[in-house]
Design a binder for this molecule. Structure first.
Ligand code: CDP
Length: 223
């Protein structure tokens, strides 16, 4: 079974997706983290993203592993744990441009489909319900007010030791959403059969309960 959770930046998708997966005993797949890993790879190798040749060989030779330890997921790039580094601002600043490249998407979508091939998964991203798994069993599209999202992101970054103003985060999130929604390949958009969840005034527990109840009701109806 596949549960797709899409939506713009910092809406609470990751937190909800991870907890929904735990409650259902499904595997959680954070595809945004995968795009962040490839972005880190390009930054470390100083690859110009318009130089397809260089990117091509980089994508052929990299190793991406996801390991779970005590309910936490860790991302390994060529054997190195980069889970923290991929959340930093320089990666965030560049991730939309890297994700817009079809060669990057082709490479990662293949890995995503392979992971979900033989297990129940909650898959979170931007194009999961529209492109990666158009036949997902249940699809959610998570949205929230922009200022609330900026405040949530400010807290996330504080934990990583980065201080950012609300205004700069509002701009950054807004710009990234616009870029993700307007790109040619697999733009961020709500699948016609997705359920919209507005988390502006919801607690994490409320978001998770809402989704789990919907999944239970809808999958029972299908049987
Ligand atoms: O957590 P946050 O909302 O900041 O974003 P994320 O889920 O970590 O995704 C980071 C970026 O990866 C997004 O802004 C998109 O540009 C890209 N992405 C994508 O293109 N397709 C996906 N399925 C997931 C992420």
């Amino acid at each position: 079974m596949i549960i797709a959770i899409d939506g713009p930046a910092a809406t609470g998708k990751s937190t909800s997706a991870k907890l929904v997966a735990e409650k259902l005993d499904f595997t959680y797949l954070d595809t945004g983290a995968m795009y962040r890993c490839v972005t880190l790879l390009t930054l470390r190798n100083s690859v110009k993203i318009n130089s397809n040749h260089h990117l091509d060989s980089l994508l052929k030779g990299f190793q991406l592993d996801i390991k779970k330890n005590k309910d936490e997921y860790f991302f390994y790039l060529n054997g190195e744990d980069v889970s923290k580094e991929i959340r930093r601002s320089d990666v965030t600043k560049n991730v939309s441009a890297v994700s817009a490249l079809s060669i990057v998407r082709k490479t990662l979508v293949k890995i995503q489909r392979k992971i979900a091939e033989d297990q129940n998964c909650v898959v979170e991203g931007r194009d999961i319900g529209t492109v990666v798994f158009p036949n997902a069993d249940v699809k959610f599209f998570v949205v929230a007010d922009l200022v609330v999202r900026a405040k949530r992101r400010q807290l996330d970054l504080k934990i990583l030791g980065e201080e950012k103003t609300i205004d700069s985060l509002i701009k950054e999130i807004h710009d990234r959403d616009r870029y993700d929604s307007q790109r040619e390949v697999s733009p961020l958009s709500m699948a016609i059969d997705a359920i919209e969840v507005d988390t502006t005034n919801m607690s994490i527990d409320e978001q998770v309960d809402f989704m789990v109840n919907k999944i239970k009701t809808l999958t029972k109806e299908k049987k």
